[in-house]
Write a protein that binds this ligand. Structure first.
Ligand SMILES: Cc1ncc(COP(=O)(O)O)c(C=O)c1O
Length: 396
């Protein structure tokens, strides 16, 4: 039976990593992967996380199943992180949250919820978007389509084109929006652009599904939640998928959440029962450890402060690297402006390099970036920055 199964298409980024591992040139640089790296090239375990784990070893009394919606304390804490403790939607019981195994499963559960309840059959994603969005949404049975995002240079937003595309999306469809630190481009709309997006959503009556995978990696924990909070303030119903892989460094612990904000308390409670029903059919109930770490940190003043400090260190390191990269390129390439890299936010930058230039970076300079031109800024450090700037200068 299995003889007839064709091989799955190779994953572009994993394939590049395999080539990188095989490459024996000294000083090779890997800027492909989507994880944070510190100055020494390591994806660290945060101290706040280690301390919370020590507390959990002592405190935990059972490994029995969580409920389908996960840990209620975690859900309460992350909902407040997202919407703000005092958000009226929380006080009115219109915002419900379930814990999910990472943002990916959150997206899947949200999509299943939409399909199972016949709320929608199509979702629109920015063009480009996170490589897995179309894949996850289609697996759940949604049709996917794209809306305009970048200008011709491929490095800045074309706000007019994006807004025009969003205007033409029919009522009842779903629109996937990146709440901050757009992946793969690093290009975020301004707050004025978001104001227009909200007006269009209200007028056209499509449903916003906001993917927030990098809260705290852009301008700050509170600033990065502004977009979500403005949607909620506008009175729109929406779904937010939240990931703690990046901001708590809990990649492998699969820690995320779905928050749904409805018009009424009863609609929210009923929707929550359907979200749980989608969970039951997928993985029954979420894993415990990552959520227990997040809940422990957020409910302990000392650990929370420690985490906020570590998050700020990651964010500021990336911003400093953006400036250093722009300065390094400006010193080498007189006739091209790379200042857009400093306006982009989060871990990634769409560099505007062509696939041919990306291939040359790899073959001639052992510098690996994604073929779309996406650079993981966090992969830069003092020992590889000059080499990367020299390599880019040589290929452009
Ligand atoms: C935009 C976006 N959404 C969702 C995810 C998935 O996050 P998780 O690792 O928590 O499943 C990622 C991860 O890179 C992402 O960049």
């Amino acid at each position: 039976m299995f003889d007839s199964v064709p091989p799955a298409p190779p994953d572009a980024i994993l394939g590049l990593n395999e080539s990188f591992q095989r490459d024996d040139r000294p000083g090779k640089v890997n800027l492909t992967v989507g994880v944070y790296k510190d100055e020494s090239g390591v994806t660290p375990i945060l101290d706040a996380v280690k301390q919370a784990e020590r507390l959990l070893v002592d405190r935990e009394t059972t490994k029995s199943y969580l409920s389908m919606g996960g840990d209620p304390e975690f859900n309460r804490q992350v909902r407040a992180l997202l919407l703000g403790e005092q958000n009226p939607a929380i006080a009115e019981g219109r915002a419900v949250t379930i814990q999910t195994p990472g943002g990916t499963a959150g997206l899947r559960v949200a999509a299943d919820f939409l399909v199972r309840n016949q709320l929608s059959s199509r979702i629109w994603c920015s063009n480009p978007t996170w490589a897995n969005h179309h894949n996850v949404f289609r697996s759940a049975g949604l049709e996917t389509d794209g809306y305009e995002y970048l200008d011709e240079s491929g490095t800045r937003l074309d706000a007019a084109a994006m807004l025009e595309s969003l205007q033409s999306i029919p009522a009842g469809d779903v629109v996937c929006l990146h709440g901050c630190c757009h992946n793969p481009t690093g290009v975020d709309p301004s707050l004025d652009d978001w104001k227009r997006v909200i007006e269009i959503a209200q007028k056209r009556r499509w449903l916003p599904l906001i993917d927030l995978a990098y809260q705290g990696f852009g301008d700050g924990l509170e600033s990065d939640a502004q977009v979500v909070r403005r949607f909620v303030e506008s009175g729109l119903e929406l779904i937010v998928v939240h990931s703690y892989s990046k901001n708590f460094g809990l990649y492998a612990e699969r820690t995320g959440a779905v928050t749904l904000v409805a018009e009424s308390n009863t609609a929210a409670t009923t929707a929550e029962s359907q979200l749980k029903s989608a969970v039951r059919a997928n993985y029954s109930n979420p894993p415990k450890h990552g959520a227990a770490i997040v809940a422990t940190i957020l409910s302990d003043d000392v650990l929370r402060r420690q985490w906020l400090g570590e998050l700020a260190t990651m964010r500021e390191r990336i911003r400093k690297l953006r400036s250093e990269l722009v300065a390094g390129l400006a010193a080498r390439i007189a006739d091209r402006d790379f200042s857009f890299i400093e306006s982009q936010r989060g871990m990634f930058s769409f560099s505007g390099l062509t696939p041919l230039q990306v291939d040359q970076l790899k073959s001639e300079h052992a510098v690996y970036i994604v073929r779309s031109g996406r650079i993981n800024i966090a992969g830069l450090n003092a020992s590889n920055l000059d080499r990367v700037c020299d390599a880019i200068a040589a290929v452009v």
